[in-house]
Design a protein around this ligand. Structure first.
Ligand SMILES: [Zn+2]
Ligand SMILES: [Zn+2]
Length: 356
């Protein structure tokens, strides 16, 4: 991969130790980060902002035209799908299919955001074995790979964000429309086709030594099948017809997978290109309101890179974070505990556009 652009910046060199998971229950994982990120070590209370973080301010964002093209490419198919739903209403798509599509989208999308991301990757809260199993199954139904592989890729992304060894940065592919398109494709979906190397698996020693998680990860094909069977069976039972089962499979299975894929993948691609950067971080992560809503709070991606182990990504009252609302509700009924959120002093210390 080309090392032009960001790789030559100070923020993409160096090597200070940082943890992407908090130190608790022996599940913490120490990794090397390009620059110091004190909050990533789970210390939300005392660490000063590193001077090296400020190099992110010097990084060159993608120019306006590719950003507009990216937005059009991502949003247009979603508008097309919405038009198809309206045009086929009562002719292959009605309330039953809409319910199955919405229900399966929410369940499996939250499996990725709360399960794969906030629990397995960052350990931003603790939960029971039963809940761990449910979250792993729901995340697997999204068909983004087994939980251990997904976690390994995402931890590596945080360690090398927008630098040379980032498995899915949209940057570093050179200038010009074709190179930028290549970068966007790799960030969006290309990384899914890359092999899981031994080096990649070194990011997940905590998950690999856990027999329960290993088993859940190994049974990935079974969970995928289950994610297709559930809407098919429900569609058949609710309409008492084979055609209802087929339509349930189509809308609650295949179309739902398409939607979850593109929304969650857009966090890797769109949210490193298009949006705002209220916090200092050593990368080009951005807050994007569209994917903040569609992605159950994951679109507040600059917030997340600034505070990786926080269970809450939407840090301001208007930044809707459905995943955090559910984690908070889980904590109220005893299904989650040790929920990690940065203190207001740490949030203020990292904010880039503070009013004096
Ligand atoms: Zn990112
Ligand atoms: Zn993350």
């Amino acid at each position: 991969m080309s090392k032009d652009g960001l790789a030559s910046l100070p923020g993409c060199t160096g090597g200070e130790t940082v943890s992407l998971t908090p130190n608790h229950s022996g599940s913490a994982q120490e990794v090397m980060c390009p620059v110091a990120v004190p909050e990533a070590a789970g210390d939300f209370t005392s660490a000063p902002v590193s001077a090296s973080m400020q190099h992110a301010d010097d990084q060159e964002p993608m120019s306006t035209l590719p950003r507009i093209i990216t937005l059009i490419v991502v949003v247009t198919p979603l508008v097309g799908l919405l038009a198809a739903m309206i045009l086929t209403w009562n002719n292959g798509f009605d309330w039953v299919q809409l319910g199955l599509l919405t229900g399966m989208y929410i369940a499996t999308g939250l499996g990725v955001t709360i399960g794969y991301h906030r629990f397995f990757t960052h350990r931003s809260f603790d939960t029971s074995r039963v809940m761990q199993g449910i979250l792993a199954i729901l995340g697997s139904m999204s068909v983004e790979g087994p939980v251990i592989r997904w976690t390994a890729f995402h931890r590596r992304h945080h360690q090398h964000s927008d630098c040379d060894e980032d498995p899915h940065t949209p940057h570093l592919h050179g200038s010009g429309f074709l190179n930028m398109t290549r970068g966007f494709f790799r960030a969006h979906v290309g990384w899914m086709f890359e092999p899981t190397s031994k080096k990649m698996m070194s990011y997940v020693p905590d998950l690999r030594k856990d027999k329960f998680i290993r088993t859940m990860s190994m049974l990935f094909p079974l969970w995928v099948l289950l994610g297709l069977l559930i809407p098919a069976v429900l569609g058949g039972v609710l309409t008492l017809s084979w055609s209802g089962a087929m339509l349930g499979f189509l809308w609650g299975g295949l179309v739902r997978i398409l939607l979850v894929h593109h929304v969650t993948w857009s966090i890797n691609s769109v949210c490193h290109i298009w949006g705002t950067r209220p916090f200092r971080s050593h990368d080009l992560s951005r807050n994007n309101a569209i994917f903040g809503v569609l992605g159950f709070g994951e679109g507040w991606h600059n917030n997340h890179h600034a505070f990786p182990t926080s269970a809450r990504h939407g840090l301001r009252w208007w930044e809707l974070d459905t995943s955090y609302i559910i984690i908070w509700l889980m904590s109220r009924v005893g299904l989650a505990w040790n929920v990690r959120v940065p203190g207001s002093d740490r949030i203020a210390a990292k904010r880039q556009y503070e009013k004096k």
